[in-house]
Design a protein around this ligand. Structure first.
Ligand code: AKG
Ligand code: FE2
Length: 361
């Protein structure tokens, strides 16, 4: 890894990993230098910032602000209302806090999540939670899903061109808008959580099931483990950008040349509520690829199996091949910060982060 900043977390200096920035407007016009940089990011790292701070991208930043308001409204409702919606299928519905394993051993996760899928929002009367179902709410969800789809398709198309793919071999041809897929908008609320005293902590280590993930978050907490590094480090939220990562399906579709990004979420400031929105662009359900086990499977089968592994008990999860949760990505060595019992951690205010960040060489 190149020179990186560090930040104080859990009494230690933890890296803040640098990520390349790709300009959305330059991608749209498929500028050769930008395409080259994009392909390199996906091959070497599997993640980058997408700079939306131009006339083409600012609408997506505005959409995200609208989505955040809608999320507050949804998550503020009593648990009964949210559970009434329930988990309808892996890519549609509500999961309360603690549905999955947490980021630390012997913890459950520290977030609740509601997912609305791209296929569902297009139905005549989509199944949406009843407290975010009026026509302006539906418009907000529609804008978020359409916007994220446009961003991720622009990236796919740029990647295809950058790799010299033509006709049916282009990645877009595995992600046609008119075909069924599990592509979905996941809205997450992390509750305040102290890793020492609480039993619901963060979001377990994983790679995404998606082809590409478009993530909006204004708050710290996301950590990545870049290929070849020995520890997790933070991703700095940057105004006007989305964080993009390659998921398993695009790694498989690229014949395992692209990196699927290993990541997790930890409580950075344990007094803070954290909100994030991830759009998972997924391949058409019946797309075939060779997975990390060397099996020839459909996109849907990979999705459903990995989703079950996410929900499995710690024991069952430990028994599953690690290539399932990590999409065949290899970890270098056991990460000292990745393991268990954290000593008491002092909350750090978000405003203090910039002050404590230092350059290391
Ligand atoms: O909340 C975040 O920042 C990341 C969430 C995530 O990794 C996921 O939903 O797959
Ligand atoms: Fe993820």
């Amino acid at each position: 890894m190149a020179t990186s900043k560090t930040v104080q977390w859990n009494g230690k200096e933890v890296p803040v990993y640098e990520m390349q920035t790709i300009n959305f407007s330059a991608l749209l016009s498929q500028e050769p230098a930008e395409l080259e940089k994009l392909v390199r990011c996906c091959q070497d790292e599997g993640y980058f910032y997408l700079d939306l701070n131009t006339v083409d991208g600012r609408r997506f930043i505005d959409d995200h602000q609208e989505t955040l308001k809608l999320m507050h409204h949804f998550f503020d409702a009593p648990l009964e209302v949210k559970n009434e919606y329930g988990l309808i299928s892996p890519h549609l519905g509500y999961e309360p806090v603690g549905s999955r394993n947490g980021v630390l051993e012997n913890t459950r996760d520290g977030y609740e999540m509601v997912k609305v899928s791209r296929d569902e929002i297009q139905r005549d009367s989509p199944h949406i939670p009843r407290n975010i179902k009026n026509s302006s709410d539906i418009k907000i969800l529609e804008n978020a899903i359409a916007g994220n789809n446009i961003m991720s398709k622009a990236i796919l198309s740029a990647l295809s061109t950058g790799l010299g793919l033509t006709g049916a071999t282009r990645f877009e041809n595995l992600h046609r808008n008119t075909r069924p897929s599990t592509s979905t908008l996941a809205m997450m609320h992390y509750i305040p959580s102290d890793p020492v005293t609480d039993h619901n902590v963060g979001h377990q280590k994983h790679t995404d099931i998606s082809s590409l993930t478009v993530l909006f978050t204004e708050q710290w907490g996301l950590q990545i483990r870049p290929p070849g590094t020995k520890q997790f480090g933070f991703v700095e939220p940057k105004k006007g950008t989305a964080i993009i990562n390659v998921g398993d399906s695009l790694r498989f579709a690229s014949e395992h040349v692209f990196q699927s990004c290993i990541h997790r979420v930890v409580p950075f400031d344990c007094t803070e509520h954290r909100y994030s929105v991830a759009y998972f662009l997924r391949a058409e359900d019946d797309t075939m690829f060779t997975d990390s086990e060397g099996r020839y499977v459909t996109s849907r089968q990979w999705h459903d199996e990995k989703f079950m592994a996410f929900l499995a008990s710690p024991m069952d999860q430990a028994a599953a091949p690690s290539s399932l949760l990590l999409g065949g990505m290899k970890e270098d060595e056991t990460d000292v910060y990745g393991t268990l019992k954290l000593p008491k951690m002092e909350p750090v205010a978000v405003n203090d982060i910039k002050k404590t960040a230092v350059e290391v060489h």
